[in-house]
Ligand binder design. Sequence first.
Ligand code: NCD
Length: 307
Amino acid sequence: MQIQNAVSIKDFLDHELLNAIFTSAADLQSLPNDKLPPLLQNKIIACLFYEPSTRTRFSFETAVHRLGGDTISTENASEFSSTTKGESLEDTIRTLNEYVDGIVIRHPQIGAAEIAAGVSRVPIFNAGDGGGEHPTQALLDLYTIVQAKGSVDGLKVGLVGDLLYGRTIHSLIYLLSLYDVEISLIAPAQLRLPESYLSYLREHNIKFHILNNWDKVINNLDVIYMTRVQKERLAKASNYSKLKDVFRLDGSTLPKMKHDAVIMHPLPRVSEIAPEVDDDPRAIYFKQARNGLYVRMALLKMACSKK
Ligand code: NCD
């Protein structure tokens, strides 16, 4: 199966497509590095990052290299590209189209990846557009849930933290709505999920609860998905210190949780998960980060390798 781009999670709301991505990711994951197929030989992928990144950029780059391709990269595109000279995003993308076979872009503006895709002949991978979406993260999140829990139907999922600006949450909401799940939206009042996502959940008959603490649900959740307060997107910096520690999962939370629950986080974490939680078998956030490598390999394969 082929894909054109990975711009919005809305293009992935199809069980057959998800199955193809996850099967491919699992196949690639089962191979030792020296047995991975050179699917991207002679391909060059540009990583154009206008915002900081650790996992997304390194896992995309590693995925390309492991599949025999090459990357060219700028991790501070707003400073080190011709953007400083006033070049438009469209022209940057048009120019890169003359050199490369695919573009991974992270940008602070909602809709930037869509704008890029509008002028690009080569596949565009949205690595996060401001407080908008993060589709490849949501795909790896769902892959991790399926891997850990076997299936998604019937799960009680808690999404915790910054649901207003958390783009990983926004994309994941769409994916979860494909299944029979019950979602607890656990956030301070100032960081609630935007109305458009709530209406999407209603339209898809997803049972959800809006909560400002997890006391009544923590013992019943199968998946606890923690997020960081998006300091860089808050209108007032002073709000950050008030909000950053509202939810903190630590050693005292663990005994309250189901023995087979999983704790996820797109990372980076700040203080919302205490380091003492890392050794608990339910903490799977580093496994989740690793899974990003294989899901991104699968996406690169489906978009950029020979038909
Ligand atoms: C997330 C992002 O950039 O949106 N990180 C990631 O890609 N794994 C989450 C975050 O920055 O909080």
